[in-house]
Design a protein. Structure first.
Length: 202
């Protein structure tokens, strides 16, 4: 696998359990980049932001959240993604300024943020690239989340279905937003050679 040679910051977005993290780690190895998982930023913000503005950040830990409609859950996920993405701006600017390769991956990367022309005053140019790994089928997402583990098998079946439906709806939103901004996308399936397929569209 040969890395594309002209990027400094690479965003890899998409719904849960589509192979983003594994692909990001493979790309980082061959390109000499470090990896930042947006989930880690989300968890940090939950602890650091204590105002009403940060209430959404912990909403998925609330009891009964999975009884909400898929439309409500997708809207909630979008709001959190916008907050987490915005918090990454100084990080992106710093890596662009110092030509220090970084892969940022996670569900919280939005197409709007990943296609900006500048970050904190630093022009992105060809130094910023992005791709979105997509899966719109809730059944396949549920199967992938069960296979991944992380305690998902202990969830009540109705909650698992709600989570999978939300991720699929979020994937469809990401697809539409990526298309609007000419951001490249790749299908999560087949899972083999996902890292290579990501590099091929950069």
């Amino acid at each position: 696998m040969s890395p594309a040679s002209d990027w400094t910051v690479l965003f890899i977005g998409g719904p849960a359990a589509v192979g983003k993290t594994s692909a990001a780690k493979r790309i980082a190895v061959v390109s000499g980049a470090t990896v930042l998982q947006a989930d880690d930023v989300w968890l940090t913000l939950q602890r650091a932001v204590v105002s009403e503005d940060g209430a959404d950040l912990s909403a998925f830990q609330e009891r009964g959240v999975w009884t909400r409609s898929t439309k409500e859950l997708v809207a909630l996920k979008r709001r959190i993604a916008e907050t987490v993405s915005a918090s990454l701006e100084p990080v992106v600017a710093n890596h662009l300024a110092h030509d220090d390769r970084l892969v940022i991956e996670g569900v919280w990367v939005t197409p709007e943020f990943a296609t900006r022309t500048s970050y904190a005053g630093h022009a992105a140019g060809e130094g910023r690239r992005c791709v979105f790994v997509l899966e719109d089928d809730p059944v396949r997402i549920r199967e992938a989340m069960l296979a991944r583990g992380r305690g998902f098998d202990a969830w009540p079946p109705a909650d698992r279905d709600a989570m999978a439906a939300m991720q699929a709806g979020y994937s469809r939103w990401l697809r539409a937003q990526a298309l609007l901004r000419d951001a490249p996308t790749v299908d999560a399936r087949p899972a083999v050679r996902l890292a290579e397929r990501i590099l091929a569209v950069l």
